[in-house]
Design a binder for this molecule. Structure first.
Ligand code: 0X9
Ligand code: ZN
Length: 433
């Protein structure tokens, strides 16, 4: 072989390695999906121990409550050990899928083809809500909005990520006069793709809708919207592992902390883990993650301008309010209940979609260190809510992968709900602060 040729081969090999290193996707071929259920504290402890110790088992739910189902995606080599452990602890379980990859492939999510947005300027190339987008596409769209609506849309930055990406947001403000503020945070959990998609739907509606109730929302409030509170995680769900949840900070042999367990209010007191391999790792300390730290600094800088804070997650169709670290109720719980009732009545109006919920600790599970608890507990934002969007809790195989044709209906009903929420929050006087 000539020198040139062998050099070429070497180069090709190097490029191939680089490409593989960057782009190879995690697959779940022959992984099994099990559902287990603990009958007592001892059994719960066995499941908890597994959750923090093995990344051959991906827990799709938190392990916090006796009697609550937990879904586990189990690597083939780990199946015998797991069944042995469950058997010895007499924990009840059921096989849900023999091949998790195949089950996932049966659901076509529809993802935007990279580089399509704005490439030709054709109408069907426009950013839309019939598909999911990559981070870059949404950022490009937001930057264009600031150009298209120079007196209304301002780009804001909630800091940088571990991998030095920008946490980009938009402020929507229709006039310079003082107005109450609504903060909308989405995408803090990377795999919950409906959350950023719904947030950009809302941005678009606030800017373009002719519907009176939506025009009022746009006219009467300043909006601060961050579609991607965890950009590194979101990029990783596109390039590598669709089911990634956390940030991408390396911690020993595992990666990432749970950015919704990392905020500095009763941090790590309940429903969070000390193990870096856990999906609910609280991090080594409060605000260890640059994403939560820098976004919290931004929020603190405008805290007097925000009266309502909304965090978007999926899935299960819940609406939640503080607290996550204790079953004690917030002092204005009566007001929370009143707003909650109006908001969940409104969410079902259009498509009969049923939401439930209440205070985090009782309605779902203990979960300390969330953004909404921090905003309520330390920033004096007196109305903070968390939506768990579609699908419902029994849609195990769709779960975080809500088909794209549901982005619009899920977002429409969410906006109906937020209209009702804002109306109620206003009636209670919270926007007068
Ligand atoms: O566990 C979570 O962080 C949320 N559920 S999810 O399935 N999206 O991970 C619930 C968080 C609710 N807690 C607060 N927002 N306080
Ligand atoms: Zn979430």
């Amino acid at each position: 072989m000539s020198l040139n040729k062998s050099l070429l081969f070497a180069l090709f090999g190097l490029l191939a390695t680089l490409a593989v290193g960057q782009a190879e996707r995690v697959r779940y071929d022959n992984y099994r999906l099990y559902k287990a259920n603990s009958a007592n504290e001892a059994q719960l402890a066995v499941l908890k121990d597994l959750e923090g110790s093995s990344d051959s088992i991906l827990f799709l739910d938190g392990v916090h409550i006796v009697g609550k189902d937990v879904q586990m995606v189990v690597a083939p080599h780990k199946v015998p050990d797991l069944l042995d452990l469950l058997g010895r602890a007499e924990i009840k379980y059921e096989l849900q899928s023999k091949d998790f990859q195949k089950s996932m492939d049966e659901v076509d999510e529809k993802v935007a083809i990279k580089g399509r947005v704005g490439m030709t300027g054709r109408a069907d190339d426009q950013y839309n809500w019939e598909q999911y987008y990559e981070l870059e596409d949404t950022y490009t769209w937001m930057i264009q909005l600031a150009r298209d609506y120079p007196h209304v849309v301002t780009l804001i930055e909630g800091g940088k990520t571990y991998q030095r990406r920008s946490i980009l947001g938009v402020k929507i403000s229709k006039s310079l006069s003082e107005k109450p503020g609504i903060f909308l945070e989405a995408g803090i959990h990377a795999r919950e793709w409906i959350s950023p998609a719904a947030s950009t739907f809302i941005i678009n509606q606030l800017l373009t809708s002719e519907v009176d109730s939506i025009k009022e929302l746009a006219d009467n409030y300043n909006w601060y919207v961050f579609p991607h509170a965890n950009p590194d995680g979101y990029v990783y769900t596109h390039t590598t592992n669709r089911l990634w949840r956390k940030t991408r900070t390396p911690y020993g042999s595992c990666f990432g902390a749970d950015p919704n367990r990392n905020w500095g209010f009763h941090w790590n007191e309940a429903g969070a883990s000390d193990s870096a391999c856990s999906e609910t790792y609280a991090g080594p300390e409060a605000f260890s993650e640059i994403e939560t730290y820098s976004l919290s600094q931004y929020i603190a800088s405008i805290k007097d301008k925000i009266q309502l804070y909304i965090s978007l997650h999926s899935y299960s169709q819940y609406l939640l309010y503080p607290y996550g670290h204790t079953n004690e109720l917030p002092d204005n719980v009566k007001d929370f209940e009143q707003v909650f009732d109006a908001a969940i009545a409104a969410v079902s109006q259009r498509y009969n979609t049923r939401y439930t919920g209440g205070n985090v600790y009782d309605a779902i599970y203990p979960a300390a260190g969330s953004s909404t608890d921090w905003a309520y507990g330390t920033q004096d934002v007196r109305m903070t809510f968390c939506y768990e969007l579609r699908p419902s809790s029994n849609s195990i195989l769709t779960g975080f992968r809500l088909p794209a044709e549901q982005i619009i209906p899920a977002s429409e009903e969410l906006l109906d709900s937020i209209v009702a929420m804002a109306t109620e929050v206003k009636a209670l006087g919270y926007f007068d602060k």
